[in-house]
Design a protein around this ligand. Structure first.
Ligand SMILES: NC(=O)c1ccc[n+]([C@@H]2O[C@H](COP(=O)([O-])OP(=O)(O)OC[C@H]3O[C@@H](n4cnc5c(N)ncnc54)[C@H](O)[C@@H]3O)[C@@H](O)[C@H]2O)c1
Length: 254
């Protein structure tokens, strides 16, 4: 087991990629501290983890709120005995054109995707630096690596996750803490499928641009997260692990 008796904190643990990371970590022997704004989803994930035979604690966490993520770290330490890994998966989508973008929407996306990820990683890293080890995985996106129309705020937010990950990785490396980003491609989750409900033709067009011609399943993203959390990635830090079916590698579209 690659994460035997480790404690992993996960935001966005109620759904999609965050839930898949939680289940994959539990299957590798970890106990989980889960945060999200979705109470029902959290309980569902926790029940699945207990079904695997591992422990799960949950807390309502809004990653835009000042102290919620620190409280999740404290919960992990007090109830599960520590914090060895952290996955910042809480995130939000956005689809405004640049020239029509409102400040309100810009700030909403930045609050969740940038500040939320940064201050979650900070809370986790403060604990890990004190203990001298740990691994943080910030969920970015392939959209943080390529410009996509109608995604000014989202692409910018995910590019920011890449950079904040790399800066933090440099600052905490000497304390034995690793910080990496995971950059998923299109993944079969409620977030992606909400876009599909709005415009299924457009979504089919997007999938046609993936060399594999399909969505990732959340478990394929979670497998990469488990690698980054595990000792197998012991010399990996400041890295952006893209799991996108070849989308970023693609040159000009025909
Ligand atoms: N699905 C994709 O195609 C895809 C592709 C690239 C990157 N991502 C990224 O993966 C991450 C997870 O997305 P997903 O596809 O699993 O979506 P999802 O909607 O299934 O899960 C996101 C979770 O984040 C939670 N959340 C949203 N705002 C929050 C807040 N303020 N505080 C706490 N929790 C909050 C939601 O309640 C939800 O449980 C996001 O960062 C997303 O940008 C997704």
């Amino acid at each position: 087991m690659r994460l035997a008796n480790r404690v992993i904190g996960i935001t966005g643990g109620a759904s999609g990629i965050g839930r898949a990371c939680a289940l994959a970590a539990a299957a590798e022997g970890a106990d989980l501290a889960l945060g999200d704004i979705d109470a029902d989803g959290l309980e569902e994930t926790a029940a699945k983890i207990e079904g695997i035979g591992r422990r799960a604690v949950t807390r309502i966490v809004d990653v835009t709120a000042d102290d919620d993520q620190e409280a999740l770290v404290e919960l992990a330490v007090s109830e599960l005995g520590g914090l060895d890994g952290w996955v910042g998966s809480a995130g939000t989508g956005s689809g405004q054109f640049a020239l029509e973008h409102t400040r309100e929407e810009w700030r909403r996306v930045m609050d969740v995707n940038v500040e939320g990820v940064f201050f979650g990683a900070q809370a986790a890293a403060r604990h890990m630096v004190a203990t001298g080890s740990g691994s943080i995985v910030n969920v970015a996106s392939m959209y943080g690596q390529r410009a996509v129309k109608q995604r000014a705020a989202y692409c910018t937010s995910k590019a920011s996750v890449v950079m904040l990950t790399q800066v933090m990785a440099l600052e905490v490396a000497e304390h034995g803490v690793r910080v990496n980003a995971l950059a998923p491609g299109y993944t079969d989750t409620p977030l992606f499928n909400a876009g599909k409900e709005r415009d299924s033709v457009e979504m089919d067009r997007l999938i046609a641009h993936v060399p594999f011609k399909r969505l990732a399943v959340p478990e394929e993203i979670a497998g990469a997260a488990v690698f980054l959390l595990s000792d197998e990635a012991g010399f990996v830090t400041g890295h952006i692990l893209t799991v996108d079916g070849g989308w970023v590698a693609h040159g000009p579209r025909e």
